[in-house]
Design a protein around this ligand. Structure first.
Ligand SMILES: [Zn+2]
Length: 291
């Protein structure tokens, strides 16, 4: 058949489409509002899978949370999905094989197979949104760790104890490098607790000096964490994705890392695999993993 059903499960919507072995979407992309309970999510997934299953080799699911490929259980944080989501037995949702992987890892794989990091055996993808997601590819293999949770971008940048992160550590990378991190930096510069990420971006577009300074500090914080990652993993390139990456000057970040790294020089790219990178990567990784 040479095609699979790709499904992307997010906190607000579930998307699905048929995708071929080249990672091309070959059907309409269907989108559904994510149901409120895990039972309803399970039901929705069963409906989607039964509709397409006879036409595909397998189903590939990109999900929030870390995925243990040994038992296909979700182990990591799924804060934006209902309680009980982690207990869904994904393998029983259809009659054909089902492959499941963390959404950031899937998007990272899509970039590697047909996007910005195509041709590079060692790369790291950072998804800059409300939080920071990540995927790490070493020698053409996705780094999974012992339980499947590797690539969580939570590590302290300082010991100032100023900002509490969603992971309960102070001054963690995510609380500086995310959209929420830009808001916190803006709060400090404008001395205004109510300023939003959107306000800062809008002000920066109008050349407001404080907003431009907030963006500059935010970008340097992103680069500081990437410098650490470069020193640990010695990558050939980084890919930045997510809603906030468009505000990053990748050349400046690249220069910062390459001026200070103790390993090798790297490249920093904007993501290229598009909005559907999660489900595309899930299908391509599924073909590389289970078939
Ligand atoms: Zn954290």
């Amino acid at each position: 058949m040479n095609k699979a059903l790709g499904i992307d499960i997010g906190g607000t919507k579930i998307s699905c489409a048929l995708i071929n072995t080249q990672g091309e979407i070959i059907s309409e992309v269907e989108k559904f509002k994510t149901p409120k309970t895990s039972k309803e999510i399970e039901q929705k997934l069963k409906e989607i899978i039964s509709k397409y299953e006879q036409d595909v080799d397998f189903t590939a699911i990109a999900t929030a949370g870390a995925v243990n490929n040994e038992n296909n259980k979700i182990t990591g944080s799924t804060a934006n999905l209902p309680a009980g989501y982690k207990d869904i037995d994904f393998m029983t949702l259809g009659n054909k094989k089902i492959f499941i992987e963390n959404d950031a890892n899937c998007a990272c794989w899509a970039e590697y197979k047909k996007g910005a990091s195509f041709g590079y055996k060692n790369s790291i993808m950072l998804t800059l949104g409300t939080g920071v997601g990540g995927g790490i590819i070493i020698n053409s293999k996705l780094l999974k760790g012992s339980t499947g949770a590797a690539g969580e971008m939570h590590f302290p940048l300082s010991r100032a104890s100023r900002r509490l992160c969603t992971c309960n550590s102070y001054d963690c990378y995510e609380i500086y490098a995310s959209g929420n991190g830009l808001k916190k930096t803006g709060e400090e510069i404008f001395e205004d607790k109510n300023i939003t990420t959107y306000d800062i971006i809008e002000k920066a577009k109008n050349n407001d000096k404080k907003a431009l300074r907030a963006l500059e500090i935010w970008q340097e914080d992103i680069a500081r964490g990437m410098l650490g990652l470069q020193n640990i993993f010695d990558t050939e390139c980084f890919v930045l994705s997510g809603s906030m990456e468009q505000f990053v000057d990748v050349k400046k970040v690249e220069e910062y890392i390459n001026n200070k790294t103790v390993t090798s020089k790297t490249k920093v790219f904007h993501a290229k695999a598009g909005n559907m990178a999660g489900m595309i990567g899930a299908v391509l990784l599924g073909y590389d993993t289970i078939l």
